[in-house]
Design a protein around this ligand. Structure first.
Ligand SMILES: [Zn+2]
Length: 270
């Protein structure tokens, strides 16, 4: 599933091809995504110039004069730049055409979104209640310490709560907690300010490293077979149950927390 780093890498990958360009057409081959692509999408977006390409959480926002096109990659979506014309393959549901090139959304599981928001996209119902961005200055030790007070939940669940902070999915929550030496079940309200600071730093470093690692796959967004722009990474704990901890050698453990698999080292994380 595309998480924040993959979405940010996608944004950076497609930005040079769409920024300042005018949308000349839309081809919708299958409108039945997580929400139906609006029937009048062509009338809404054709003629609009992309002034800014922004990411908010895992949403990519094509900011135009009259509003914003909101794209979400769902569970399995990817965007790539193609030359027009180019025969679509199965699961290539939507093309956003910019003259002689186009942006093609491929989404086998159809949990993605292509929507239009008039005016300020940050007020759209899907975006209005999103928490803060983990790579922004607002996400600080003070912030985490403040929002964890009175929360009788495991810190991992709070870290993955998109109403608090967006885009820290299961992989990056596991990895960040390991890096910070914090157990996934550690009670949020009992985390010291110092441990909050370590965790905030770990989240930022983990996401920045993942984005940097994916930078090398940027070329995959152009004229590729479109299989994906994702990349393999070297994880410390994620998906490493029973394997030796890369720091201390103890076996990595796995437990279910909030219906998600949590991987941790009981020696390195408290
Ligand atoms: Zn360890």
């Amino acid at each position: 599933m595309p998480e924040l780093p993959e979405v940010e890498i996608t944004r950076r990958g497609i930005e040079p091809f769409v920024l300042g360009k005018t949308i000349t057409g839309v081809a919708v081959r299958n409108p039945n995504l997580r929400q139906r692509v609006p029937r009048n999408i062509a009338r809404l977006v054709v003629g609009q110039r992309v002034k800014r390409l922004r990411r908010r959480g895992k949403y990519i926002l094509f900011e135009c004069d009259a509003g914003s096109l909101i794209v979400h990659l769902g569970m399995s979506g990817s965007l790539r730049v193609i030359e027009v014309p180019s025969a679509p393959r199965k699961h290539d549901h939507v093309d956003l055409v910019f003259g002689r090139s186009a942006l093609r959304l491929r989404d086998p599981r159809r949990f993605g979104l292509v929507l239009w928001s008039r005016g300020d996209a940050s007020r759209h119902p899907l975006l209005a209640r999103l928490g803060i961005e983990p790579l922004s200055e607002e996400f600080s030790a003070e912030f985490l310490h403040r929002v964890t007070r009175g929360r009788h939940v495991g810190i991992k669940q709070l870290l993955m709560n998109a109403a608090v902070v967006v885009g820290v999915g299961n992989i990056y929550a596991n990895e960040s907690l390991f890096k910070a030496g914090v157990h996934p079940r550690a009670r949020a309200d009992r985390l010291s300010r110092e441990r909050c600071a370590r965790l905030v730093t770990a989240v930022k470093e983990t996401l920045v490293a993942a984005i940097a690692a994916g930078g090398s796959s940027l070329r995959d967004f152009v004229h590729s077979d479109g299989s994906s722009g994702y990349f393999q990474q070297h994880y410390y704990v994620y998906d490493r149950a029973t394997l030796p901890c890369r720091v201390c050698g103890a076996g990595i453990r796995v437990t279910r927390l909030g219906q998600r698999s949590s991987f941790y080292c009981s020696a390195c994380q408290r």
